[in-house]
Design a protein around this ligand. Structure first.
Ligand SMILES: Cc1ncc(COP(=O)(O)O)c(C=O)c1O
Length: 384
C-alpha cells in the first residue's frame, strides 16, 4: 500500500460501497406478500404447493431429476450424506470451506478427512482427492468456492467412478454456475444448495438437495420430515429431523429463483469491470474462470502478494474510500477452527496460504458501474 488514508480524498457517505446487498424489487416484495397472505389465510404453511413448485423449478434450472427443499444448506448437506450412508466411514472434504461442510459429515456419523486446496480455483484437485482415498473412504465433497466450478470436474467425476466412491457437491456458492454445460449441483450423486441471505439467491433461510438418483430423493424426503416413511404415515423409519422448508420461505425462494438469471448477469457485468480494472494492478491477481465455465460471482476473489497485510488493506479501503470488501472464502481453513483442530494432519499448507492471502471485492446484483469503478479506483490509490 503506497498511499495512507490521510492522503485519500474526503469520503462522501453517499458514495460508500457496502460489502453486500440483497435485491428484492418492489414488485417482487408485493408478489411475495400476496402469496404469504394466501398461505396465512388457507393455513397451508408447510410442505405445500409453493415448496413443490420451488423444487420443480429448481430441479429444472439445474437440469436434474429431483430437488428436495429443506430449511438450510447445513440440513441439505447432512441429509445427502445420511442418504449416502456415511455412518462409520471417511468422507473427504476440503480444508478451505465453511464450518457446515465438515460438521455435516460428523452429524451424519462419518469422519471428515481434510483435503488441501487447488490454488487455481480454491477448490480441490483430482490429485489431492486421489492421494487421500483409503479403503474406508465412502466419498468426496467438493465446494465450488466463490461460484467457480473447477475446470477439472470431468476428471473428478471419472476419478470417483474409477475408485467406486461417490461425489457430493456442496454448491452453497453455486446457484447458476456451471462447467462444460453442466450446472453446479448436477455433477455428482447429490448436490447441496444454501439459500442463506448472503447467497446469490435466497429464501431467507433454506436449502435444496439436487439429485438424479430416485433412491436418494426418496431418502431425502423421508429424512427431512422426521424420518417418516411418508407424509401421511406415522411410521418413523429413519433418524430424521425437522428439516422441512415452510411455505413462506418457499414463496420467497420461488420469486428469487425467477430473478436468478438477471441477478447473475448483473454480477457478471460487475466482474467484467473488475477484470478490466485490475489488469494494470500488479498487487492483485483475480482467480480466473476456466474455459467452458460460467461463474455466478458469489464472490470476486483476488490473490494478494505475500507480504501484504489484508487487515490493513481492508481498513484503508473502508476508512479512506468508503469501500467495504466482502468476507473471505475463507479467512481460515477448517483445521484452524478450534473444534476441528484434531483433523489437522500438518499437510494442508496450500489451504493456509490461500486463506491468508486473498480478498473478495464487493459484488452484488444492485451494484452500479459507478460503484464498481469506485472499488477499482480505491484499490489503485491504495495499492499504487
Ligand atoms: C460452503 C457452504 N456450505 C454450507 C453452508 C451452510 O448453509 P446454511 O447457512 O444455509 O445452513 C454455507 C453457507 O453458509 C456455505 O457457504
Amino acid at each position: 500500500m503506497t498511499q495512507s488514508s490521510d492522503q485519500a480524498p474526503a469520503q462522501d457517505p453517499a458514495r460508500t460501497v457496502p460489502a453486500a446487498q440483497i435485491e428484492f424489487r418492489a414488485d417482487d416484495r408485493q408478489w411475495i406478500a400476496d402469496r404469504i397472505q394466501e398461505v396465512l389465510s388457507t393455513g397451508q404453511l408447510t410442505l405445500g404447493q409453493y415448496g413443490r413448485s420451488f423444487e420443480e423449478k429448481f430441479a429444472a434450472f439445474c437440469g436434474v431429476k429431483h430437488a428436495i427443499a429443506v430449511n438450510s444448506g447445513t440440513a441439505s448437506l447432512e441429509i445427502a450424506l445420511r442418504a449416502l450412508e456415511v455412518d462409520g466411514k471417511d468422507v473427504l472434504v476440503p480444508a478451505n470451506t465453511f464450518f457446515a461442510t465438515a460438521a455435516a459429515v460428523i452429524h451424519a456419523g462419518g469422519r471428515p478427512v481434510l483435503m488441501d486446496t487447488d490454488p487455481e480455483n480454491f477448490g480441490t484437485s483430482p490429485e489431492e482427492i486421489e492421494r487421500r482415498i483409503t479403503p474406508n473412504t465412502a466419498g468426496v465433497v467438493v465446494v465450488h468456492i466463490g461460484g467457480i466450478v473447477s475446470g477439472r470436474m470431468r476428471e473428478i467425476q471419472a476419478l470417483v467412478e474409477r475408485k467406486g466412491i461417490w461425489l457430493v457437491e456442496d454448491a452453497a456458492h453455486g446457484h447458476g454456475a456451471s462447467f462444460d454445460g453442466t450446472s453446479a449441483g448436477a455433477f455428482g450423486a447429490a448436490g447441496s444448495f444454501s439459500f442463506y441471505p448472503t447467497k446469490v439467491m435466497t429464501s431467507a433461510e433454506g436449502g435444496m438437495i439436487t439429485t438424479n438418483d430416485d433412491r436418494i430423493a426418496d431418502e431425502a424426503r423421508i429424512y427431512r420430515d422426521q424420518g417418516k416413511a411418508s407424509f401421511t404415515q406415522n411410521a418413523h423409519t429413519r433418524l430424521g429431523y425437522n428439516w422441512r422448508m415452510s411455505e413462506p420461505h418457499a414463496i420467497i425462494g420461488v420469486r428469487h429463483l425467477e430473478r436468478l438469471p438477471e441477478m447473475v448477469a448483473a454480477r457478471q457485468r460487475i466482474a467484467a469491470i473488475f477484470d478490466e480494472g485490475l489488469k494494470g494492478l500488479s498487487g492483485l491477481s483475480p482467480l480466473s474462470v476456466p474455459e467452458g465455465g460460467v461463474c455466478n460471482y458469489y464472490k470476486y476473489i483476488a490473490v494478494l502478494p505475500e507480504a501484504l497485510d489484508r487487515k490493513a488493506l481492508k481498513t484503508q479501503l473502508k476508512e479512506g474510500y468508503g469501500v467495504s470488501l466482502a468476507g473471505e472464502v475463507y479467512e481460515d481453513p477448517i483445521q484452524r477452527q478450534p473444534i476441528f483442530a484434531q483433523y489437522d494432519d500438518g499437510s494442508l499448507k496450500v489451504s493456509e496460504d490461500v486463506c491468508a492471502r486473498h480478498v473478495c471485492l464487493p459484488v452484488f446484483s444492485t451494484m452500479t458501474d459507478g460503484q464498481a469503478h469506485q472499488v477499482i479506483d480505491a484499490l489503485k490509490r491504495t495499492l499504487g
